[in-house]
Design a protein around this ligand. Sequence first.
Ligand code: ADP
Ligand code: MG
Length: 279
Amino acid sequence: MRKTIISLNEVSFHYEGQERNALHKVSFDIYEGEWLAIVGHNGSGKSTMAKLLNGLQFPQQGEITVCGIRLNDESIWEIRKKLGMVFQNPDNQFVGTTVQDDVAFGLENHGIPRDDMILRVGDSLKKVKMDQFLNQEPHHLSGGQKQRVAIAGVLALKPSIIILDEATSMLDPKGRGEVLETVRALKEEKALTVISITHDLEEAAKADRIIVMNKGEVYRKGNPEEIFSLDEELVHLGLDIPFSIKMSNAFRRKGINLSKHYLSEEELVNELWTFRSKI
Ligand code: ADP
Ligand code: MG
């Protein structure tokens, strides 16, 4: 049985002055140890959801439970220790003058004693392979390196859950790969639950499960295979279909029936080779 780690029950959120709810009656569970991708067009409510999970905003309706704790203004500090966030812009979240100061900053905010702090800073920078850069200043780092430091800052608090809100979208392909690999390795090692908010379906394809948001509501939930079988529906929702899916669809239209709806580029190439040998 999968164990629920986060649960949203009929959650609605409305920004003052806005016509419609940014989130409207959103309900779903997130399971311990899974990699969940949340996708949706710009303005579909993804960041609002991240802010609600972290207690930066509170829903006007509905309730959120994290690790069995009902989220409210009394429990947010306890919940923020369990749930770390990495945001989009690597420069906006770098607050220290050096790499190690930056990681220490969050720990100071949580009142961690100095001895423990030093250990945790060293440990978490090692885990993201940034321990060679302890005294580096941020302007010497690439975007991917800065995001890895941000992840170290989160890890230092020993969370059970990491939320990445478009954390790779400002990075070049190399930086994006570095960050995703780092999170993947951490997830394997520490049984972290990962919530990756992204408009990049290529990235979402690697998740265990995907939730598609549309206009503040949950449009569909499923594994990548199920979600990618929506084909053109995804385009209508304002999402970019990955290249390998577009290719697969084009082959299907030509009467070549591929085994699955979602095939990575590598799988697609392999499958096409088997077709070739059958001709
Ligand atoms: P996403 O992250 O999917 O792009 P957001 O959660 O940022 O979506 O936005 C959801 C909706 O809420 C949008 O219509 C957006 O314009 C609105 N919104 C977001 N932040 C604010 C804000 N601070 N004040 C008013 N409206 C906001
Ligand atoms: Mg957003």
